[in-house]
Design a binder for this molecule. Sequence first.
Ligand SMILES: Nc1ncnc2c1ncn2[C@@H]1O[C@H](COP(=O)(O)OP(=O)(O)OP(=O)(O)O)[C@@H](O)[C@H]1O
Ligand SMILES: [Mg+2]
Length: 263
Amino acid sequence: MSKTLIKFDNITKRFSLRKGDIVAVKDFSLEIKKGEILTIVGASGCGKTTVLNMVAGFLTPSSGNILLDGQPITKVEPRCGMIFQNYALFPWLSVRKNVEFGPKINGVSKKVRREESAKYIEMVGLKGFEDAYPGELSGGMRQRTALCRVLANKPDILLCDEPFAALDAMTRQIMQQELLRIVNESGQTVLFITHSIDEALILSDKIVVMSVRPGTVKEIYDIKFPHPGKVEVQLTDEYLKLKRQIWSMVEEEVKTSMNIVSS
Ligand SMILES: Nc1ncnc2c1ncn2[C@@H]1O[C@H](COP(=O)(O)OP(=O)(O)OP(=O)(O)O)[C@@H](O)[C@H]1O
Ligand SMILES: [Mg+2]
């Protein structure tokens, strides 16, 4: 886990609005290693989604470069796979067709598409639901389809913007374990955003706390809990201590951001 996959090199992102400019992200520098799960936490509006959108190439930094495998990201990046909170599935396509959509656009033959989609559908536990439409699935199943669809494109990095926030607590926990299992199997690099410190602690190799807007890296925590069976880890003193530490840091930022809003 030593090669750098993503490098943020002193990124600033400014948005021009009618009432003036707004600096969403400032002097943001960070490295994500290959095979690592890195989670960003921080107050609402601190620039997390902006950071993710710049990696995906949906937004361009105002200054600084984001390097993917040493190359600057200059356009919508096919090597990045994005998972959104609201699933972003095509409702008129079946699970299988949703999963095969990206490979089809990329010219993968029907035979290979079928084989690969079957593999990924099985991996996320949706075997038997290949012909179901998103409207016929539960929230957790929809999010698993979305995950599967992104994995089928074999992205270099999985970008997740609060993907489990809309799920009930139990399904969310199962999805976290599923994601860990899949990542362990595939060595997938993941950049994950969440408001839940527990989720961050369970999933991550590294947690980055962002400051309030303009968002910058405030603190980086290396998480050393063993990957499988992380649920039990939540009861240990070490876990609770780290959770308290990260929470107090995030709380400070949330309070600051609220003062900014109300002043
Ligand atoms: N396209 C845009 N045009 C103008 N301003 C924007 C745009 N996108 C984001 N912003 C502003 O940039 C700041 C950061 O927004 P961003 O969505 O990145 O925050 P966030 O950390 O993801 O928040 P949340 O936790 O609520 O999702 C906010 O002040 C927001 O209003
Ligand atoms: Mg956001």
